[in-house]
Design a protein around this ligand. Structure first.
Ligand SMILES: *Cc1c(COP(=O)(O)O)cnc(C)c1O
Length: 356
C-alpha cells in the first residue's frame, strides 16, 4: 500500500466528495469527526457513529511549558481508535460485510467491537492472553467473540489472519480506511487552532495509525493551501521495543529486528510494525524525530498528569514522557500532543504503580 496514493485518492472507484480541502465544506452543524464527511470515503448517510471526534484541545502546563493536549481519552470507547473504527466500519457496513475479524493489543479491539455492535455486524476479536482485564470486559460487553492467544502480539496477528480468510479483516494496521478515520485528528487540531498548524506534534509510535493518519490529514490541508506548513512529527517509542527508533538512528528506512521486551506502554510495544517503512518516511518528511522513553519516565509522566486531574493509561503517559524528551531537542513555539487512552482501561497496572 502506497502512502502517497492513500492520501485522498478514491478506493474501489468511489471518489471522495471533495478532493481539495475547503474550509467552507466543513459541516459545522455536526459535532464530531463526521463534520469532515466531504473528505471521507463514506457518505454521512452511511455513517456508523457513536459521537467520536472533536475532542477538546486543552492548554495544559507540562514540564514547565504550556502545550495543547487533545483529550482523546474521552472518546466513546476510551481511545482515539474510535476515529478509525467509525470510518472503517461505516465502509464495511456499506459494502455489505456481515462479519469482521480483528486483532489488537486491546484498544483497537474495543473500538471495532463497539462499532460492529452498533452496525449489527458480527465480530471476532483476537488479543494476546495477557491483555488487561478491563479491555477484555469491554470487548465482551459489546457482544464480540473474544479469542485469547498465547504468545506475543505477532502470534495474535497470525491467528487473526487465518480467521480472516473467511471474514472481512477489519485491521487497524492494514486496512487503509482506518487511516481515513484517524486523519481527522489533524483536521481537528488545525480547525481548533483557527486553521493554523502547530510547530511540533508529539504522537505515539506503535503501528502508526495516528502518525500516518496525521501525516495524511496535515498533508491534505497543506496541499489544499489551508495551512502554510507541515508540523514536525515527534514519534515516541518504548525503549524496550523500539524497531523504528533504532532504524531511524542508523539512517535506515525500514524497521530493524528487535526483541519485544516488557514495557508498561503495552499499546506501543509493536516489534514488527507492518507500515514501519511508511512511518519512518512520514516522520522524515516533516523533519521530525523519533525518541524513546523508559518505564521510569512513563511512570513520572503518568504521575504528573494524575496530579493535574488527568486519568490516562500508562501507554498514553509514554507519549507525554516523549514530549519532555523532544522539548530538549526540537525547536518550536506551539506544541500539540494527546492523551491517547483512558486510565480506566488499565486499573491493574495503575494499582501496581501506586503500590510500588
Ligand atoms: C493504539 C494506541 C497507541 C499507539 O498507536 P499506534 O497506532 O499503534 O501507533 C497509543 N496509545 C493508545 C492508548 C492506543 O490505544
Amino acid at each position: 500500500m502506497n502512502l502517497e496514493q492513500d492520501t485522498f485518492k478514491s478506493y474501489n472507484n468511489e471518489p471522495f466528495n471533495a478532493d481539495v480541502f475547503d474550509v467552507k465544506l466543513v459541516d459545522s452543524n455536526l459535532s464530531g469527526l463526521w463534520r469532515y464527511h466531504q473528505f471521507l470515503p463514506v457518505n454521512f448517510k452511511d455513517a456508523i457513529t457513536l459521537g467520536e471526534g472533536y475532542t477538546p484541545l486543552l492548554p495544559v502546563k507540562l514540564f514547565g511549558k504550556q502545550v495543547f493536549v487533545k483529550q482523546e481519552q474521552l472518546s466513546p470507547t476510551g481511545s482515539y481508535k474510535d476515529r478509525g473504527a467509525s470510518v472503517l466500519m461505516s465502509y464495511a457496513k456499506k459494502i455489505g460485510v456481515t462479519h469482521v475479524v480483528q486483532d489488537s493489543s486491546g484498544n483497537a479491539g474495543c473500538s471495532i467491537a463497539a462499532y460492529a455492535a452498533n452496525a449489527g455486524i458480527g465480530c471476532d476479536i483476537f488479543v494476546p492472553a495477557d491483555t488487561s482485564s478491563a479491555k477484555l470486559a469491554q470487548v465482551r460487553a459489546y457482544g464480540a467473540n473474544l479469542f485469547l492467544v498465547d504468545g506475543d502480539r505477532q502470534a495474535t496477528a497470525a491467528a487473526a489472519l487465518l480467521a480472516a480468510q473467511k471474514a472481512y479483516y477489519a485491521s487497524h494496521c492494514y486496512n487503509p480506511y482506518f487511516l481515513q478515520g484517524t486523519k481527522t485528528f489533524a483536521y481537528e487540531v488545525c480547525e481548533q487552532m483557527g486553521w493554523k498548524t502547530p510547530d511540533v506534534i508529539v504522537l505515539p509510535a506503535g503501528n502508526g495509525t495516528l502518525i500516518l493518519g496525521c501525516y495524511i490529514g496535515f498533508k491534505h490541508l497543506f496541499e489544499s493551501n489551508v495551512i502554510a506548513k507541515m508540523p514536525k512529527i515527534v514519534a515516541v517509542q518504548a525503549a524496550n521495543c523500539a524497531p523504528l527508533y533504532e532504524a531511524w538512528k542508523q539512517g535506515l528506512n525500514e524497521p530493524v529486528k528487535v526483541n519485544s521486551g516488557l514495557t508498561l506502554a503495552e499499546g506501543i510495544a509493536i516489534a514488527e510494525p507492518i507500515r514501519g517503512k511508511e512511518m519512518i518516511s512520514a516522520v522524515n518528511k516533516t523533519q521530525g524525530i523519533f525518541v524513546t522513553v523508559s518505564d521510569d519516565e512513563v511512570v513520572g509522566a503518568l504521575k504528573l498528569c494524575n496530579s493535574q486531574g488527568f486519568y490516562i493509561e500508562p501507554t498514553s503517559a509514554a507519549t507525554i514522557a516523549g514530549l519532555k524528551k523532544a522539548q530538549e531537542i526540537v525547536e518550536g513555539e506551539t506544541w500539540v500532543t494527546l492523551f491517547s487512552g483512558h486510565g480506566l482501561k488499565s486499573t491493574e497496572k495503575i494499582l501496581a504503580i501506586l503500590d510500588a
